[in-house]
Ligand binder design. Structure first.
Ligand code: UDP
Length: 378
């Protein structure tokens, strides 16, 4: 199937920066045949306009403004708003990606309208019930008619939960295509680094935003102290949630030793990561991206739903001294460690996950004409 191949119109429901980034290849693939409902869960312009500029335009874009309220309220409002749109113009299928409140709202609204539901990035499990995302992804997987699992491990997670095998397809992760399209070439990257006064392999990039780290004053303080004590410049594209908490907890002085910048456009962020000696992050998507960019990541979290990179590109550590220890380990003999990582393929696939997803969607909405008749002929 080529770009824009015949497929009934689909509606994609999303609401955050990482969803826009990872749905970019699908939007480009479906073109006029996809309409996007953006809930506005991420509404800060540094997280939203910035990213929107770089993705393809869908057939229709419904922009809602439902962010900035409590999770339950946001979920309820998003279900109602998405239900209204789906009810007015029912698509052949509804797609949601990942594990956000917006994705769960899209899934429940599709279900309420009896529309086929497709979960892109299905089967990830942290088994950490304290994470709202874990509940969201489990609920979405079990509501879905088609689970697009990025990896074989994700497929097995679904089978263990008795999701029928015929509902699952292993597709790879669209992040690999998003990254390929957006990543600047090495000349553009080097230009950007020199404008920032950074040398390739001479700095650390850190992003911290998960509630377990930033909503807990003690953890946030531990992490910022560890970052400030690193022997290289640390560039922090600061997530608005982290910025809010630093101010609320009176920790602003701890940012003095760091190079805090606004969240970056996706191509600029990829340029920054691809020149970093080490990345320190609690992000989900960045764990995948480093496996394509062949950079190491120190994952500061209690658990991960992406164990595929553990022991190769990433190490999971709690807030505290292990951050420092792990970064130093990666800084020891950078060329040798870099060569090691360069030889490891990304577990998130290559080629065109969006084409595999689109083909599976087409099979879902247009079952083979030769299938058994539903009613016996009289
Ligand atoms: N990202 C970006 N600009 C930045 C920081 C991150 O474009 O300044 C991208 C990053 O490459 C990844 C995504 O945003 O694709 C990660 O988003 P986030 O950390 O908000 O969410 P998570 O991945 O944890 O769901």
């Amino acid at each position: 199937m080529g770009t824009g191949a015949a497929c009934d119109p689909v509606t994609l429901v999303c609401g955050t920066r990482p969803e826009l980034i990872k749905c970019g290849p699908l939007i480009r693939y479906f073109g006029e045949r996809v309409s996007v409902i953006y809930t506005g869960q991420h509404y800060d312009s540094s997280m939203y306009d910035q990213i929107l500029r770089d993705i393809a335009r869908p057939g229709r874009f419904h922009e809602l403004a439902l962010g900035g309220t409590r999770r339950g309220r946001q979920l309820g409002a998003a279900i109602a708003a998405v239900d209204e749109i789906l009810g007015g113009a029912p698509p052949a299928a509804v797609l949601v990606q990942g594990d956000t409140t917006s994705a769960l709202a899209g899934a429940l609204a599709a279900n309420a309208n009896n529309l086929p539901l497709v979960h892109v990035e299905a089967g990830l499990r942290s088994y950490d019930r304290a994470m709202p995302e874990e509940h969201n992804r489990v609920a979405i997987d079990h509501l879905s008619d088609l689970c697009c699992a990025p990896t074989e491990l994700n497929r097995r997670n679904l089978l263990v939960e008795k999701v029928p095998a015929q509902r699952i397809v292993v597709t790879g992760n669209t992040v690999v295509e998003a990254l390929r399209t957006a990543a600047p070439d090495s000349a553009a990257r080097d230009g950007m680094l020199s404008r920032l006064g950074l040398a390739a392999d001479g700095y650390v990039v850190a992003t911290i935003h998960r509630p377990e780290n930033v909503d807990d004053r003690h953890n946030l303080e531990l992490i910022l102290r560890e970052l400030a004590a690193l022997p290289l410049p640390v560039v922090v594209p600061a997530h608005p949630r982290m910025v809010r908490r630093v101010a609320e907890f009176g920790l602003a002085a701890l940012l003095d030793g760091l190079r805090v910048v606004e969240p970056l456009a996706y191509p600029a962020f990829l340029a920054l990561v691809s020149g970093a000696a080490v990345v320190v992050s609690d992000s989900g998507g960045i764990q995948e991206e480093v496996s394509v960019l062949k950079r190491p990541v120190v994952v500061v979290r209690r658990s991960t739903e992406r164990p595929e990179i553990e022991g190769t590109f990433g190490t999971l550590v709690p807030p505290g001294p292990r951050i420092h220890q792990e970064v130093l380990r990666w800084l020891d003999d950078v060329p040798a460690r870099r060569a090691q990582l360069a030889a490891i393929p990304s577990p998130y696939g290559d080629g065109s996950p969006s084409a595999r997803i689109a083909a599976a969607v087409r099979r879902l909405v247009a079952p083979p004409v030769m299938s058994a008749p539903m009613v016996a002929a009289t």
